[in-house]
Design a protein around this ligand. Structure first.
Ligand code: FAD
Length: 406
């Protein structure tokens, strides 16, 4: 029986194992993960896990019985230490060696850290793992002042949760708008106002200079403009770096992620990469190679890969989508907003329920919806079709997206 070894037991690794079985793969599947838990979902960690709304049991991707039932062998916790490509085997930190016919790298990403004085003080934390989320929840329960460095999705979700817990919370963002890389300017502006109206202090265009403390514990964040923000907890949410070292050491090409083709193959036909660590050509980025950090990507890529492994290859071209819950606001994004210049509103921003249809050169690129799940679902279908919608149609409130699709 052929053996597929999956390195990394997060969203993408676990999905690879599950999809292989779903698609009828009857060889051996071995899942290796270095975290000491059952594979779990990360999104609740910056949302309900902090406020106590997400019960621990709801975090697991599957119950333990799922893996036994589907004959998925687990080496958890253990870590893939080296890949020996010529021999077709990996060595684990425990010393075990595992032979493979196909190796899947689903190694995820890790948080960027602040290269500043005071960044190693007690109370300066990041958020990626369940262990870090448990630690953050405990710290917030004892805190009064929270500073979040970075106005991206994770930072804003945590900041909104901290405000909901009644904590004095400040977000410090170096750019002149929130979520600058991935959101249209009008939606970023709306969310800025909405967060401020809910009691969050947001400082844009502000650089953190150093973090100060006493007796090894953080007490404040100092900014380059000479201000000092008191802090018992500092959450650093300044983005992530792909875990590429293992692939690099094995001689595989790296370019902001492990380089794969549209079939998720690395330069070695026996090794594939999926999820946060993979840099993949994407038709929604004009065919450019990009790395996406989203549950959708970490689910759809493994499904495409598993289909290829069982002999049904198809290029990966799934419409990207993402969600973020911030306070009572449910943001959903379909497509990629990066190159957009024309913004068409549907719904009334005053009601807090609206969508922004983002076009570039008359072509729909993305749809950002706030508490309008119907628009989001329609957008995911629309974006899969060439020339699906004109700006005029999007602007016409009478124009029914669902009828248009049928
Ligand atoms: P991961 O889930 O990170 O899994 C990779 C695993 O591999 C990790 O467990 C890692 O420890 C392990 N590993 C690394 N190296 C080795 C090795 N050598 N051997 C063995 N194991 C190894 N996305 C959304 O769409 N919506 C959201 O609301 C959202 N919220 C998020 C909130 C937080 C706090 C975080 C951190 C992410 C969020 N995401 C969200 C992103 C989403 O969770 C990730 O895109 C997804 O988890 C990526 O899956 P992955 O399997 O590629 O990586």
């Amino acid at each position: 029986r052929p053996t597929v070894v999956v390195a990394g037991a997060g969203q993408a690794g676990t999905q690879t194992a599950a999809s292989l079985r779903e698609f009828g793969f009857d060889g051996n599947i071995v899942l290796v993960g270095d975290e000491p838990h059952l594979p779990y979902q990360r999104p609740p960690l910056s949302k309900g896990h902090i406020t106590g709304k997400a019960a621990r049991d709801t975090l697991w991707l599957h119950p333990a019985t799922f893996y036994d039932h589907h004959e998925i062998d687990r080496y958890i916790p253990d870590r893939v230490r080296t890949i020996e490509r010529a021999a077709g085997r990996v060595e684990l930190a425990s010393g075990t060696t595992l032979g493979y016919d196909h190796l899947v790298l689903a190694l995820g990403a890790r948080n960027r850290t602040l290269p500043l004085d005071g960044a190693d003080l007690d109370g300066v934390v990041g958020l990626r793992t369940l262990a870090e989320a448990d630690d953050l929840r405990e710290r917030l329960a004892r805190a009064r002042n929270v500073v979040v460095v970075g106005g991206g999705f994770i930072g804003l979700e945590v900041a909104a949760a901290a405000v909901a817990l009644g904590l004095r919370t400040v977000v410090i963002e170096v750019a002149d708008r929130l979520m600058g890389r991935v959101l249209s300017p009008p939606m970023a502006d709306f969310l800025l106002d909405a967060h401020r109206a809910r009691g969050l202090q947001v400082e844009l265009g502000t650089t953190v200079e150093r973090i100060t403390g006493t007796s090894g514990r953080v007490t404040a964040v100092a900014t380059a403009d000479g201000r000092k923000f008191p802090a018992d907890v500092v959450l650093v949410g300044i983005g992530a770096l792909p875990n590429t070292e293992l692939a690099e050491a094995a001689g595989l090409p790296i370019a902001n992620g492990i380089v794969v083709d549209q079939f998720l193959r690395t330069a070695d036909p026996r090794i594939s990469a999926v999820g946060d660590c993979a840099s993949c050509p994407n038709p929604f980025a004009g065919g450019r190679r990009i790395r996406l950090e989203s549950v959708h990507n970490a689910t759809a890529q493994p499904r495409a890969l598993a289909a290829r492994i069982v002999g049904r290859p198809e290029p990966y071209h799934s419409v990207p989508w993402f969600w973020s819950d911030q306070s009572d606001m449910k943001l959903q994004i379909a497509g990629l907003t990066t190159a957009t210049s024309e913004f068409v509103f549907r719904g009334d921003p005053g009601s807090g329920r609206f969508s922004i249809f983002c076009f570039d050169d008359g072509r729909l690129q993305s749809v950002e919806s706030l508490s309008r799940p119907g628009d989001h679902m329609a957008a995911r279908k629309l974006l899969a079709i060439e020339d699906c919608l004109s700006p005029e149609q999007a602007a016409d409130a009478e124009f029914d997206l669902r009828t248009h699709l049928s």
